[in-house]
Design a protein around this ligand. Sequence first.
Ligand code: DHK
Length: 146
Amino acid sequence: MARIFVLNGPNLNMLGKREPSIYGGLDLAGIERLVRDKATSLGAEIEFRQTNHEGDLVDWIHEADEADALGIVLNPGAYTHTSIALHDAIRAISLPVIEVHLSNVFAREAFRHHSWVSPVAKGVICGFGPKAYALALEALASDLAK
Ligand code: DHK
């Protein structure tokens, strides 16, 4: 069965209580449920993780590649805007990575307009709340990401 890694970066464990007017009211467990439901309908197996530490994300990107996963759905949180390590990790692997954000980062502060991940991602989905994750899974499962 196709395996998809869904990786979440810093502060996403705070969803539900963190700035709900921006990130919505659903917590990360709710997003995980949504992801697992979508994966079932697509026949995919999900590795769903969250960390507040940059190096964990780097390790998990490598792990997904070693596991020969179908691809990675990545919400890097604020590391999107700062992490050359994530940029390099994605360049080092051959899997498609779909960058997702709950909010429309381009409609927010200028410091969120630059992403180190976007230039090495297969595609970017932002501004649709938790649906971004389902859309990214669909893209991976339907070969769009190849
Ligand atoms: C999540 C974060 O934690 C922010 O640092 C990003 C992203 C946006 C999101 O919308 O999911 O800037």
